[in-house]
Design a binder for this molecule. Sequence first.
Ligand code: ATP
Ligand code: K
Ligand code: MG
Length: 664
Amino acid sequence: MSVVGVDLGALNTVIAVARNRGVDVITNEVSNRATPSMVGFGPKSRYLGEAAKTQEISNLKNTVSGLKRLAGRKFNEPELDIERQFISADLVEARGGELGARVKYLGQDEVFTGTQLIAMFLSKVRQTASAELKLPVSDVVVSVPPWFTDAQRRSIMDAAEIAGLKLLRLMNDTTATALGYGITKTDLPTGEEKPRRVAFIDIGHSNYTCSIVAFKKGELTVLSTAYDRHFGGRNFDKALIDHFAKEFKEKYKIDVYTNPKAYFRVAAGVEKLKKILSANAQSVLNIESVMNDVDASSTMKREELEELVMPLLSRVTIPLEQALADAGLSKSDIDAIELVGGCTRVPSLKDKIAEFFGKPLSFTLNQDEAVARGCAFACAILSPVFKVRDFSVHDIVSYPIEFTWEQSNDIPDEDTSLTVFNKNNAVPSTKILTFYRKDPFDLEAKYAEPNKLPGVMDPWIGRFSVKGVKADSKNDFMICKLKARVNLHGVLNVESGYWVEEVEVEEEIKEEGDAMETDENVKPKTRKVKKQVKGGDLPVLSTTATIDQTLKNIYMEREIEMVMEDKLVADTEDRKNALEEYIYELRGKLDDLYSEFASGDEKSRLRSILDDAENWLYEEGEDTTKAVYVSKIEELRSYAGPIAQRYFDREEEKRQAEIAKQQE
Ligand code: ATP
Ligand code: K
Ligand code: MG
């Protein structure tokens, strides 16, 4: 069994595996250590990961990037207009008001939900990992931003299931980074020593997170997490695109906003420019024939870039201040500041963060791979097949969770809501809720402070119907206990319910000081106390953002079907290439290896058969089925057969002669 960690980034996804000697990042089919987080659709198959990136510019409308930003979103959320600036496919309303993308797939318009699109990508991740490991892959830990809500987390969980993965844990990005940091350190404080407090800062393509984490030997505790959900490399890119679009309008009289292809070429160009400006004071932007046959070019100095992103740079310290305040710490309490994420290579960001803390920054972790590595460690800890030093991870709840219910007619002064998990409550965490009821009842869970959620969102988390509740024989209330748990994934469930009875029991009174006395003639003193003993279970029916199983099964079958379609297209392409290769190979052999075994007539006949086959391949045979290519190869083989046989017979003769000679 394999142990895999996945950093599902807005731009790039990194896959790490735990092996006996440690954690390694694996490479994909084109030997890259990160795979573009995107999916594309074509007339015959899907394009996943690298393939999606390759055809992106020629297939913008049918390519969906920034996948994780779609997780668990509703179509009517106003903030999605921000995502639309970065995603070229049409974002539309899908089943049940969910956000989806409309694409042309197999010649037809189709809407896939965000969850389905993420599932397609995770399915590719599974294939990449199992190709590399030469093992089926199922157990994974996947990272998410800590600000993900219950619905967003459930979307990733459903997507993983649709993709055929067993998700052992959804892990917050910075917590994964912290785990990777802590588990490899041998000098963490022990016992009464003051814990080591580290600020982990991750600035990626789309978002910025700062977590303050306390380490002791064998454990980490997240003290606080603060974030800016719209702060990352893509915001730098956008500022640059806007700048050059304006410049090109004046200089070349072209408007790249009106031409999606031109826009995306500028986008690709400025990302490169931005990276160069992290290491150089100045650079050039050259885009050949960007539109209307204009070759656009320009230059930029690092200071100009910094000027353009001033609105962003001025926000850099906000999450840092927030994280310190939530942790109740001051800058001087922080022992180290660890930076990860591609965007932390930007010098002005580094400077501002270092200036804020008044101390040098650390880059001891691999900036691009730390999250995936942390996830792989988490997977190893949770996997039964792997032995790894145990390391406890205490994470926190990002938004307060409240339960509400209808007032019982029998209890007029009962409250009807309770905040059960506060912000910064530990994760995982279980709380027992007690209700006095004579009838079945419903609970509803929601986020208590909707204005703190990532954008304008429905704060609803779930509805839990408690069944089997009734009054007892004396028409007294049933005492109902419900187990509410924020689990390892950071999602809320009412995991079980039961009712209890109050019974009177005799309890021994332990008097102080007499623990050592054993006078058998003195009866121990007792008193009567009320105790609650479990009576029986109460079934709980949950409705949450998780897709219901019937629909999930449909999605799963569909995903398998699409994987088969993709595979068939890939196999067909493979056989077509094999046919082409065979034609060239046979031609070559006719000139050398087989030359003395065929008559002039035979050769010219076979050559003309090969020419016909080649012409066929570029005409009717350009686009046909796998079976046709396979039979074409067989056909050519049969023509070449007699010649090849003569060659092999001669080779065999030679071999026998050799053996005979040795035995002499
Ligand atoms: P997110 O964490 O937001 O989901 P991600 O994990 O995919 O996104 P990363 O891989 O951490 O993001 O970072 C990618 C971003 O970092 C891109 O915007 C990329 O252009 C930027 N980046 C990478 N290298 C550099 C560099 N040398 N200078 C500036 N920016 C860089
Ligand atoms: K990443
Ligand atoms: Mg990231």
